[in-house]
Ligand binder design. Structure first.
Ligand SMILES: *Cc1c(COP(=O)(O)O)cnc(C)c1O
Length: 388
C-alpha cells in the first residue's frame, strides 16, 4: 500500500530551499544561470534532473514529477502540456518507420487519430484489437510489433484488459507496454505493479481535479524517461508551465478525499438508476452486473465517477428533453474529473453530420459524478426521469 499521506504532503518538497514556505513557490523563470564554467558543464551533463531551461526542467515542475513518480511507483516521471502530448511522446518515442503498434479498440479519440492518421504518414503500421481477449492481442503480434497500447478501462464503455497477462505476453515478444490510466487515476490503479512499462495520464481529469488545468503525465523507469526526455519531450517541446504545475500541486493534495467522495456518491447514483423502471442498463466497472466485474475488482481499488446508462426512450426528442432538464445539474461538457457533475448524451451526435450514424444508440448517456451530495443528484435525476 502506498503512503498517500507522505506523497501528497511531503514527497519532492524541500522547504529549506524556499524559506520553509509550506506551499512551494511558482518559479516563473524560463532560464537559470550558473556560477562557473564547471557548474554550467555539470548542468548540461544532467538536464533531466537539474534546471537549465524550463522547456526541459523547472523546480516547480520537478516537485510535481517526483510526486507523480511516487504515486505510480515508477522511478521517474515527465509532466507535459496535455494528456494527448504525453500519449504522443510516449508512443512516438518507442516507434520508428516500419514498426507496428497494437492498440485496444475504442481508445481515447486522439490516441486513435495518432495511430490511424498521424503515424501512418510516417510509415508506422497499427492494429486495433479487442483488448478483453488476450488471444486476440496475441494473434495481432507481428515480427515488427514494438508497442502494445492499453487503456483500461476506457472512458465511455469501460472495457478492461488483464494487465498482468498483457505485460507477460508483451515481455515474451520484447514489446513495450503503455497504458492510459486516466480513468482509474494512480489512487485506484497502479499498472506498474502488474508489469506494465509506461503509465500515462490525462492529468486534466482527476489529478488536477478542479477543471482549471490541462496537462499530462508519463511515468516509467529512468532509462525510458531519459530516452523520451532527450528526444520527444525536448524536441516537440510540450512542457507544462510552472504556474500550471503549481495549480496541479494544489489540486493533488485532496486527490484521495475527492476520489473517495466521488466513488461513494457514484455507487449510490448507479444503484438508484439500476433500479429505475426507465433504465435499461448501467455500465460501471464496480457494479456487480458489469461483464468484467471480477477483473475490475482484481486490479482496481475503486472506479471513480464515470459511468454510462442506456435509457428506455422512444425518440431522440424524448432523450433531448430529459437531458436538457438535467443541464444545470449534470452540465453538458466533455472531460471529467473536476468538482462538477457532467453528461454527454449520445443524442447530441445524432443529426450532427449528414449521412453519419453514431456507433452508440441515442438512448446512451455518459455521466460523470462530481462532489455534489448523492441525494441532490438523485433528486434531480428522479424528477427528470418523469419525462421518459
Ligand atoms: C482527456 C483524455 C485524454 C486526453 O487528455 P488531454 O489532457 O485532454 O490532452 C486522454 N485519455 C483519456 C482517457 C482522456 O479522458
Amino acid at each position: 500500500m502506498k503512503d498517500w499521506s507522505h506523497i501528497l504532503t511531503h514527497e519532492g518538497e524541500d522547504k529549506e530551499k524556499y524559506y520553509n514556505a509550506i506551499v512551494p513557490p511558482i518559479i516563473q523563470s524560463s532560464n537559470f544561470s550558473f556560477p562557473s564554467v564547471e557548474a554550467f558543464r555539470e548542468g548540461f551533463r544532467n538536464e533531466l534532473d537539474g534546471s537549465i531551461y524550463t522547456r526541459g526542467n523547472n523546480p516547480t515542475v520537478a516537485i510535481l514529477r517526483k510526486k507523480m513518480a511516487a504515486l505510480e511507483g515508477s522511478e521517474d516521471a515527465l509532466v507535459l502540456a496535455s494528456g494527448s502530448a504525453a500519449i504522443a511522446a510516449a508512443i512516438i518515442g518507442n516507434l520508428s518507420a516500419g514498426d507496428h503498434i497494437i492498440c485496444v479498440q475504442k481508445p481515447y479519440s486522439w490516441t486513435f487519430k495518432l495511430l490511424d492518421q498521424f503515424l501512418t504518414r510516417f510509415g508506422v503500421e497499427h492494429s486495433f484489437v479487442d483488448g478483453r481477449s488476450i488471444a486476440e492481442i496475441e494473434a495481432a503480434i507481428r515480427p515488427n510489433t514494438k508497442v502494445l497500447m492499453l487503456e483500461s478501462p476506457n472512458s465511455l464503455t469501460f472495457e478492461i484488459q488483464d494487465l498482468k497477462a498483457c505485460a507477460q505476453l508483451a515481455q515474451q515478444h520484447d514489446i513495450t507496454t503503455i497504458i492510459d490510466n486516466s480513468y482509474a487515476s494512480p489512487y485506484y490503479q497502479n499498472p506498474i505493479d502488474y508489469g506494465i512499462d509506461i503509465v500515462l495520464h490525462s492529468g486534466t481529469k482527476y489529478l488536477g481535479g478542479h477543471s482549471d488545468v490541462v496537462f499530462g503525465v508519463i511515468c516509467a523507469a529512468k532509462p525510458m524517461i531519459q530516452k523520451i526526455f532527450s528526444s520527444e519531450y525536448m524536441t516537440l517541446g510540450a512542457c507544462i508551465s510552472p504556474n500550471d504545475a503549481w495549480l496541479v500541486l494544489r489540486g493533488l493534495r485532496t486527490l484521495p478525499i475527492r476520489l473517495e467522495k466521488i466513488s461513494a456518491t457514484t455507487e449510490k447514483v448507479v444503484q438508484f438508476l439500476k433500479n429505475h423502471p426507465k433504465v435499461d442498463s448501467v455500465l460501471y466497472p464496480f457494479d456487480k452486473d458489469f461483464p468484467q466485474y471480477d477483473l475490475a475488482k482484481s486490479q482496481m481499488r475503486g472506479a471513480g465517477g464515470l459511468f454510462s446508462v442506456n435509457f428506455k426512450a422512444e425518440s431522440i426528442e424524448q432523450m433531448e428533453n430529459f437531458s436538457n432538464r438535467l443541464a444545470k445539474f449534470f452540465q453538458f461538457a466533455v472531460s471529467w474529473g473536476g468538482h462538477e457533475s457532467l453528461q454527454i448524451p449520445t443524442c447530441v451526435f445524432y443529426n450532427l453530420q449528414p449521412n453519419e450514424t453514431p456507433p452508440l444508440p441515442f438512448t446512451f448517456v455518459r455521466y460523470y459524478v462530481g462532489l455534489e451530495e448523492p441525494a441532490y443528484l438523485i433528486d434531480k435525476l428522479s424528477k427528470a426521469l418523469e419525462l421518459l
